[in-house]
Design a protein around this ligand. Structure first.
Ligand SMILES: NC(=O)c1ccc[n+]([C@@H]2O[C@H](COP(=O)([O-])OP(=O)(O)OC[C@H]3O[C@@H](n4cnc5c(N)ncnc54)[C@H](O)[C@@H]3O)[C@@H](O)[C@H]2O)c1
Length: 325
């Protein structure tokens, strides 16, 4: 019998991870979210009906968060709560900073300083923490974990999220080392799939397709997209791998595509033939992003099971049958 806490469990990656781990009745799960972004929908409620799952609504940024967190020893903490979404970076940078930094303090204070984590504290980091280094210093892409983390322009709200993810990695690494808790900071790179919310390029373009508007922004920028099932598999493999302890590890795909190519693939899998109207990206947008996953491979032997085309077919179909309300 093992026990895990997953924060941000109503969100995209958190829900998929919880759903996978909940299949093992011997695994007790404590799922935490405040529904700032993740939805308290039927799928999430159904998870809570399992005998091995407890759902807790806690705002991890609130002053009483530490008191409200369960006073138990756990095997794993998967800390995924944060306020993500490019539109939020620009429109609500203060909330982005608050909800992507304070929850990490709450968890560290409750479980790390008192050494209540038996196996691993896992932190969801992001490629955003080093994106400035790639742009400003022409750092190599695909990018390995030893890239210096930096923020290009503190006056550009775009970086509210990147700096909070940089901060979260540092807090995780130093606090866990100081209090003797094994940790893994997982740097996710553009995970996608059904139930990923609406504020990402893929769902955004499907919603436009549903309205027969075929416009795409940042068409020359490149990204590498990892399907959610693969991201969950890599996360679980890293949590269990002794060699991932006290490491920062990239999780992502090596297939780098332009946003224009992504759009074409999405149109193809949706069976739509129409010209795509292409627009440049907003100020501060990251031009290229792709992870070097040699470390992930050498620690876990992980290889994605989903091709981009197959993952997009699944995602586009899901969003076409779940139109924006
Ligand atoms: N999805 C990606 O491609 C990607 C890439 C890099 C990093 N990440 C990181 O992975 C994690 C999960 O990402 P996601 O895509 O599932 O995001 P998401 O927005 O779908 O999920 C995050 C969840 O955290 C919850 N949350 C936010 N503030 C909270 C608070 N104060 N208290 C409790 N819950 C709170 C939200 O309600 C949401 O359900 C995040 O930390 C994100 O920064 C994701």
């Amino acid at each position: 019998m093992s026990t895990s806490i997953i924060t941000g469990a109503a969100g995209f990656i958190g829900y998929a991870l919880a759903h996978r781990l909940a299949q093992d009745p011997e695994h007790q799960l404590i799922l935490i979210d405040n529904f700032l972004r993740g939805e308290d929908d039927k799928a999430y409620a159904a998870l809570g009906e399992r005998s091995n799952v407890t759902l807790l609504k806690i705002d991890l940024s609130a002053p009483d968060a530490i008191e409200r967190l369960p006073d138990v020893a756990v095997d794993f903490v998967f800390h995924l709560a944060a306020l993500n979404g490019t539109q939020n970076f620009y429109e609500r940078p203060y909330e982005v900073l608050k909800h992507s930094t304070v929850p990490t303090f709450s968890l560290v204070e409750k479980y790390v300083t008192s050494n209540k984590v038996r196996s691993r504290f896992l932190y969801a980091g992001s490629s955003e923490a080093y994106a400035s280094t790639v742009t400003r210093f022409n750092w190599p892409v695909p990018t390995a974990e030893d890239v210096p983390l930096s923020i290009e322009d503190p006056t550009n709200a775009r970086w509210s999220y990147g700096v909070s993810k940089l901060h979260g990695e540092v807090l995780t690494c130093v606090a866990c080392k100081q209090f003797g808790v094994p940790f893994t900071a997982i740097r996710y790179h553009n995970v996608y799939g059904p139930r990923m919310g609406d504020k990402h390029v893929i769902p955004d373009f499907v919603h436009r397709m549903n309205d027969q508007v075929y416009s795409l922004y940042g068409h020359e920028d490149t990204r590498s997209f990892l399907y959610i099932e693969d991201a969950v598999a890599a996360t679980i493999q890293l949590a269990k791998a002794p060699a991932a302890a006290d490491q920062i590890v990239n999780v992502g795909s090596t297939e780098e595509v332009t946003i224009a190519k992504l759009g074409e693939m999405m149109m193809r899998v949706a069976g739509i033939r129409a010209p795509i109207e292409l627009f440049p990206s907003p100020q501060g947008s990251v031009k290229r992003r792709a992870p070097d996953v040699a470390k992930l491979r050498s620690i876990t032997g992980f290889e994605p099971a989903w091709t981009l085309e197959r993952g997009l077919a699944e995602t586009v179909a899901w969003y076409r049958s779940h139109p924006k309300t």
